[in-house]
Design a protein. Structure first.
Ligand code: GTP
Ligand code: MG
Length: 244
């Protein structure tokens, strides 16, 4: 990274008290000088309190935005993207707080964008199926969800629901963030679709995804059906009014 450039890892949290301190320490132990923005939705377990306690130790590089109540992953990231654009971060990452995404891979995503990609995706399905400890049903659902999205949208992306990514700032400035509708996994699909439609270069970097060891899942049936129908709607709308 050039000396003037800045990288921000956005981590949305909801009840991640078992993970948040570990993930912060791990990211700051990497060689690349990442900054972190935690977006906490009023976690009842006190996740934000832990972050506030850590802030003096990591002054100027550990940021916290607190929202009132659980408003969803999609809007958490949109809030984070806008925050990052205003402050002119050059490389903007998405990462879960549950160690499903290995923080060591941040540097591999960074290198892909540094070397010319506009969006780098940490991909579970680029070389086989690299998911550890998920029940078979969930792996299959996720894999075939990606097949479905590829068929509907025409995108040549193997892991369309992936949530471990690095954007070049320009991408987030170009896409109309206020126009992103889907909130759960659908949000991840819609971001890729709009990036692809805008003609940006997308690269998939193979990663190994591991099921969370601590804390609890926020996945729900509602998120799934939103994505199922949302993808069809998104594609249909892109024919009617080709928007960024
Ligand atoms: N700010 C915010 N963060 C959320 C919300 N829902 C989930 N998260 C965080 O988003 C990340 C991904 O959520 P997970 O619960 O791991 O969901 P998942 O990865 O789909 O499912 P599992 O890994 O099986 O638990 C984690 O860091 C969560 O704490 C939310 O409504 N608001
Ligand atoms: Mg998870």
């Amino acid at each position: 990274m050039r000396i003037s450039e800045k990288s921000l890892v956005i981590i949305p949290t909801y009840n991640e008290k078992e993970n948040v301190e570990k993930i912060v320490r791990k990211v700051f132990s990497l060689e690349t000088p990442f900054q972190i923005l935690i977006i906490d939705d009023g976690s009842p377990d006190g996740t934000a309190t832990i972050v506030r306690r850590l802030q003096p130790e990591f002054e100027g590089k550990l940021h916290l935005l607190e929202r009132q109540g659980k408003l969803g992953l999609g809007t958490a990231y949109i809030t984070g993207f806008k925050w990052a654009i205003e402050r002119k971060y050059d490389y903007i990452f998405e990462m879960d707080c549950d160690f499903s995404h290995n923080p060591d891979d941040l540097e591999r995503l960074f290198i892909a964008v540094y070397n010319g990609a506009d969006l780098a995706i940490g991909s579970r399905y680029i070389s086989g199926i690299n998911v550890i400890n998920w029940p078979l049903g969930r792996v299959l659902m996720s894999y075939f969800a990606s097949v479905y999205v590829r068929m509907v949208t025409g995108m040549k992306i193997m892991d369309t629901t992936a949530g471990f990514k690095c954007f070049r700032r320009n991408v987030l400035e170009t896409i109309n963030l206020d126009d992103i509708r889907l909130k759960g996994y659908g949000f991840q699909i819609e971001m890729k679709f709009k990036t692809w439609k805008s003609g940006f270069k997308i690269v998939e970097v193979p990663i190994i995804f591991t099921d969370r060891k601590e804390g609890t899942s926020k996945m729900s049936g509602g998120i799934f059906s939103e994505a199922l129908w949302g993808v069809l709607k998104m594609k249909a709308e892109s024919w009617v009014k080709p928007k960024k």
